[in-house]
Design a protein. Structure first.
Lengths: 467, 308
């Protein structure tokens, strides 16, 4: 089992790195200060243009022209398989190669809608042609959104917006295919032979159903946007409710570069972006009691200074305080109190482990602690792909001694995507940071003072919004 | 595409492992990249549409099972073909031929037909069941194989694929006379309408017979040995689709139980076909091959559409 790389620094090296850190902190703070809160409202034409420059390569020559084309392309299980593929696309282990290849090809195989078809959906949903609804409307999509596509536009009151339009008929088609549970079960079994697929099937079905409901997505996005309003580095595009409906979501147009381009940036910039992603995931979970279950590279836009825009609220899980409490207990007992029996009791209370499981507490800790490696240790650590695939393998390992007595209760299935998605994203960024220190800031039972400049800026934001 | 038939197919293993891989490979290799012409049918044809239909796996299996009921056709296959050793290779070669004739340019289609006719020259003998002599290039046998394939394509598409109107079905039967001519059916012999096709199939029935070889063939196709357990589950659904699609007379000769398929089961079988289709799409070159076809279909449509 490999562990995240832990950097123990010698005194001389430490001094140099403290010096470098100070410079980086200075730069970051300057960038944070330079950020204005009103940038979205201004300069709509520039934003509109920039979004066009970021246009994805789409096969417009093969554009879907009718709802029947949509059904032929995404019906008969293909839409369902594609969504399954997106779920599995960042889990390299435990997936058979032919299945993985098929899933990634399926995503390539979906062309955009023709301008006429997209306009027809807008007309059906909002009652008017897009050219009448918007001051400016780009009929060619700028991005694919798996079951829809994104157009850029400028509203009548001069705001640059992204308009996500759902493929017509896709809800009906996919819903019908989702009813074939036996087939989905067989496919999942084939895709990941070692896995207990029962809970995952339910997760998959519900996840896909929710993703088809743009109204729900818009509500979730609006609540995240509201929560993070004014945050120094986390951005959530605001939803324009009057231009949104069942199959259309209109929200502020965000700028920034895609994940692959960000990966070419200097490591210090990548670390800042990673810090923002980390803060976003755990602040949302512990404070907003909501988890955006899609930590996926395609859902981020990056700007220097750790500015990250979080797109796509297709799957958001809200937790009750009672559902969240056991997760807190587990992290506290394992990482802070160092109380193995308390951790085991927490797992039992949450329903992760049977009360009378004939396994030793040592075995339980041995199996579970890998999920907490990044926050059990103090100091700077780099996320590695070895670590993220160890985590994924462990997650999919149903032959471990505790497996027969372990279970993932339905309400926590989604949170496991932290283990599968977040770590893999951070590993791709080679993200280096003191994750424990960040966690201590965020853990409700710890509430440590800021550990980084971003933390300081965040504390100021929290203070301001508390007033 | 200038390669002779079969050279791009990897050697068989004697089991159905690789069914998806090898039929996909055959498909991708048979769609030309820079065709010399539109072939014998062209992008606007019903043939182009039905040859890529979701239902083609059912059409293919159904064809083989029905074709096996002609004792002389069956004897030729049984005594000369290597299908028992390499059933998947045989199936892939057949679908490669069908796809090449459908989408290939004329030189490619003619070349493929020449190769098959050359092979047919060597296939002759005496059927041990009826005691009758047979020749694979006998127009009557070629016609039988042709007619069953055409009828199976329409029937499978209607049950499990895209809708086929009466007009489309007639057009398809008429288009397919070109394929019949290529393989050696004399002009005027192949049915040119659905009515002629049905009349032919009714008239030929007294010649049909359930031989042991036919029984073995059907049993093999419906329950292939050596399949991955996951694929085996999917195959069971496919099998139900094939059985439901058989003509009543073929069901009766085989002694199968006649059964209809409910709308619900039909939808589920379509979903399984969709999974096969998706798996095929995951194979190298298949998506690109389909896009080549689609772009030509669109081009043809655009050039025919009246200018606005």
């Amino acid at each position: 089992m490999s562990e995240p790389e832990k950097k123990r620094k010698q005194p001389a090296e430490r001094q140099r790195s403290v010096g470098r850190l100070r410079v980086e902190r200075g730069l970051a703070a300057a960038r944070l200060a330079a950020r204005g809160g009103t940038r979205y409202a201004k300069n709509a034409p520039r934003l509109f243009r920039a979004a066009g420059e970021q246009r994805q390569q789409l096969r417009n020559d093969l554009a879907l022209q009718t709802a029947e084309d949509v059904a032929n392309t995404l019906g008969t299980m293909k839409g369902v398989l594609m969504k399954l593929g997106q779920m599995a696309s960042y889990v390299d282990d435990g997936l058979n190669p032919q299945v993985r290849r098929t899933l990634s090809r399926l995503q390539d195989s979906v062309p955009p809608m023709s301008p006429q078809l997209a306009a027809q959906v807008i007309r059906e949903e909002l009652g008017k042609d897009p050219e009448q609804l918007f001051k400016e409307w780009d009929p060619e999509p700028i991005a694919a959104a798996s079951i829809g596509q994104v157009h850029r536009a400028i509203t009548e009151d001069g705001q640059a917006v992204a308009v996500k339009v759902q493929y017509p008929g896709i809800r009906e088609t996919i819903s019908a295919d989702l009813n074939n549970v036996a087939l989905i079960r067989g496919l999942l079994k084939a895709a990941a032979p070692n896995q207990d697929v029962g809970a995952l099937i339910e997760e998959l079905r519900e996840r896909i159903r929710e993703e088809l409901d743009y109204q729900r997505e818009a509500e979730n996005q609006a609540s995240f946007a509201d929560y993070y309003d004014g945050h120094p580095t986390i951005r959530v595009p605001k939803v324009i409710a009057e231009l949104s409906a069942q199959r259309v979501i209109t929200s502020e147009l965000a700028t920034g570069v895609r994940f692959s381009e960000m990966l070419t940036w200097p490591q210090s910039e990548k670390n800042l972006a990673a810090e923002t992603i980390y803060r976003y995931v755990f602040r949302s979970l512990y404070e907003a009691r909501a988890f955006n279950g899609d930590p996926h590279p395609g859902n981020y836009l990056f700007e220097p200074g750790g500015q990250v825009t979080f797109l796509d609220y297709g799957l958001v899980k809200h937790f009750t305080p009672a559902e969240l409490k056991p997760l807190e207990t587990m992290v506290r007992t394992l990482c802070v109190d160092e109380d193995p029996e308390g951790f085991r009791a927490g797992m039992v209370a949450a329903g992760f482990l049977q009360p009378d499981a004939p396994v030793s507490t040592e075995q339980v800790i041995d199996q579970m602690s890998v999920f907490y490696d990044t926050v059990r240790r103090h100091g700077t650590q780099t996320m590695t792909s070895e670590y993220s695939s160890t985590v994924a393998r462990r997650f999919f390992d149903f032959r471990s001694p505790i497996a027969p007595y372990a279970n993932i209760p339905r309400s926590y299935v989604i949170v496991q995507r932290i283990n599968l998605g977040l770590f893999s994203v951070l590993a791709e960024m080679h993200a280096t940071g003191d994750w424990r220190a960040l966690a201590e800031e965020i853990w409700p039972f710890f509430q440590a003072p800021p550990s980084t400049p971003m933390g300081e800026a965040e504390a100021a934001w929290k203070k301001a919004r508390a007033q | 595409m200038s390669e002779p038939l079969n050279t791009r197919l990897t050697p068989g293993t004697g089991t159905v492992a690789g069914f998806v891989e090898r039929t996909a490979e055959a498909f991708a290799a048979s769609i030309p990249e820079s065709p010399a012409d539109d072939g014998f049918f062209g992008p606007g044809s019903v043939t182009w549409r039905l040859t890529s239909d979701l239902s083609t796996p059912i059409a293919g299996l159904r064809s083989l099972i029905v074709q096996a009921l002609h004792p002389l056709a069956m004897a030729g296959v049984d005594q000369h073909s290597d299908w028992r050793r390499d059933p998947v290779g045989r199936f892939a070669a057949t679908s490669m031929y069908v796809v090449t004739v459908a989408y290939g340019d004329r030189p490619a289609a003619e070349r493929a037909a020449r190769v098959v006719r050359k092979i047919h020259e060597h296939v002759h003998g005496t059927d041990t069941v009826t005691g009758k002599p047979y020749r694979a290039d006998d127009p009557d046998l070629l016609l039988w194989v042709h007619a069953v394939q055409v009828e199976s394509t329409v029937r499978a598409a209607r049950l499990f694929g895209t809708s086929v109107s009466g007009q489309d079905a007639d057009a398809f039967v008429a288009e397919m006379t070109a394929a019949a001519r290529l393989i050696g059916v004399p002009d005027g012999l192949a049915p040119a309408t659905v009515a002629e096709l049905d009349a032919y199939l009714a008239a030929v029935q007294p010649e049909l017979l359930l031989t042991q070889a036919a029984r073995d063939t059907a049993a093999f196709l419906l329950n292939p040995p050596g399949m991955d357990p996951e694929l085996a589950d999917l195959w069971d659904d496919l099998k139900e689709g094939v059985l439901a699609s058989l003509p009543d007379w073929a069901t009766d000769i085989y002694g199968f139980e006649r059964r209809d398929v409910t709308a619900e089961r039909r939808a589920e079988i379509r979903q399984v076909l969709g999974v096969f289709d998706a798996l095929t799409l995951g194979e190298p070159g298949v998506l690109e091959a389909r896009q080549r076809v689609e772009l030509r279909v669109r081009e043809a449509r655009a050039s025919q559409a009246p200018r606005e």
